[in-house]
Design a protein around this ligand. Sequence first.
Ligand SMILES: [Zn+2]
Length: 301
Amino acid sequence: MDRQYDRRKHRNGEVNLVRMSSYDNRVSRGGGGRRRRRRAKNSAILLAFSLFLIVSCMGALYYVMRLEARENMSDIEVDGTVDQQTGTVLGKTPERDEDAVPEREEPTTTGIPQGEKIPLVAIDAGHGGVDGGSDRKGVLEKEVNLEIAERLAEKLEDLGFEVLMIREDNDTFITKQDRAAKANEAGADVYISVHQNTYEEQDNEVSGVETYYCEDTEGSKRFAELVHTGVVTATGARDRNLRETDGLYVVREANMPSCLVECSYLTNKKEREAIVTQEYQDKLAEGMAEGIYKFFYGDEQ
Ligand SMILES: [Zn+2]
């Protein structure tokens, strides 16, 4: 190789001159030049490899940094979507996201408006004591009536009403005269009587809700109508209509808007089985409470 190199050196003037100048010492020293060239070659490879490593590392580092930056960007984008939904500026912390969820509005039929006189509701569970009312297949009317009356009282008190229980246990017998008088003397604002109905035959198909009122008392029709609608809507029971009568002592003699609700037919198997359940009693009481609330605070007043 050295010889060829030398010969080429002689043949080609300019190129050789350049090469002579760069390899000058190596050429003159023979074998030492070979080792130096090899060493130089190795150094060049090492240098190139080092450069390659450095560039690779920097490249990798740059790539990782880009990835991290992109992840942060996507976090911001997710939050940004929430921003658009709520119309507020959000941070990336979950706490602030939760803050952005609007609070639920309070139901419209809870509580009595402040400053208003608190109405007194007389609740009369029909029958009692020796008067058990209707009795079908182990279901005793006086007991069911009291259970519904108690649930209604609880719901009304939760709404802020005052409640007068005409009958408070199943052992006490109260005459119809005493019932009306108790409501009148307490100055109740409305009166509601709770009963269950029966048909002549056992296990008849007849079912549903009837509500009675006496038109002699001002406000009774509207009161009865609101309670009746509330009960029918809440239970989904058959609507057996609002009925006017002057034959029922309690609704006739009570001085205030009053009604008597026949909640179910104990002679109907389906209703008899439903009426003893807490679920159905709650629906009935809920419907009554809604009607009573609307009577005092409804839009149509
Ligand atoms: Zn009854």
